[in-house]
Design a protein around this ligand. Structure first.
Ligand code: KIV
Ligand code: NA
Length: 266
């Protein structure tokens, strides 16, 4: 099967075909999602929560994300791999953004990078795109600015909110991004943006009108403990399955049921 490229994102929007993405942070999950036909794999800075156990994504560093991204890129034969640029690696100026993007491209095998922010990040996006590196934008709720936004708050609400969301999404498009994530915004605002833009919109809790859908894999597969956002549909209960397997293993070892003769070498 042929590699998904940014032109396929454009074509999907034109043809009305939905784009599907999941996050991934390691080789094994990336292999599974890639062979299932997931179009793109985002090595999100959500790794801060899912891999490293931080409370927010703020402490995540480029050095932490690079080995994870490399593992995902090695596994993905078809999926387009997107490296998420963490907080503090691109905000200062376009030059800093380009340095970070180049590190991801040289050191990981990713095919694109992602940056949060609309109007405020347009300069950075433009500079990175000019260097030949595809950029995925990310507007609406942007977790790296959680404290500035006053917590985990839905964005793009009301007329003013929808207008700001549209301005941000347009800025991302004009800066040359090939797609834009809309996170946690009302479906109607996401619809407005999706119709106004020529690049595909990717929903994370932005409703059915977007050109694609993206979820954090550990939420989607029931691997996350604790509260799951309302927009997530859980397609499996992996934490429960794994826990049951671990309990069964513990019990089998205690009882002597494992290892059985078929597991022994002569
Ligand atoms: O880090 C992440 O997983 C993300 C997506 C939820 C958009 O940025
Ligand atoms: Na992220």
């Amino acid at each position: 099967q042929k590699r998904v490229r940014i032109r396929h994102f454009q074509k999907a929007k034109q043809d009305g075909l939905k784009i599907v993405g999941l996050t991934s942070y390691d080789f094994l999950s990336a292999q599974v999602f890639d062979s299932a036909g997931i179009d793109f794999l985002l090595v999100g800075d959500s790794a801060g929560n899912t891999v490293f156990g931080y409370d927010t994504t703020l402490p995540v560093t480029v050095d932490e994300l690079i080995p994870l991204t490399r593992a995902v890129a090695r596994a993905a034969k078809r999926a387009l791999v997107v490296a998420d640029m963490p907080f503090g690696s691109y905000e200062v100026n376009a030059r800093e953004a380009l340095h970070t993007a180049i590190r991801f491209m040289k050191e990981t095998g990713a095919h694109a990078v992602k940056m949060e922010g609309g109007e405020r990040t347009a300069e950075q996006i433009r500079r990175v795109v000019e260097a030949g590196i595809p950029v995925m934008g990310h507007v609406g709720y942007t977790p790296q600015s959680e404290h500035g936004l006053g917590g985990h708050v839905i964005q793009g609400r009301g007329e003013a909110g929808a207008e700001q969301l549209l301005r941000d999404a347009r800025a991302v498009e004009e800066a040359g991004a090939f797609a834009v994530v809309l996170e946690m915004v009302p479906s109607e605002s996401a619809k407005l943006v999706t119709e106004a833009l020529s690049i595909p919109t990717l929903s994370v809790g932005a409703g059915p009108h977007c050109d694609g859908q993206l979820l954090v894999w550990s939420d989607w597969a029931g691997m996350t403990s604790g509260r799951i956002p309302k927009f997530v549909k859980q397609y499996a209960q992996l934490a429960r399955t794994l826990e049951a397997a671990a309990v069964a293993f513990r019990e089998d070892v205690a009882s002597g049921a494992y290892p059985a003769p078929e597991h022994e070498y002569e």
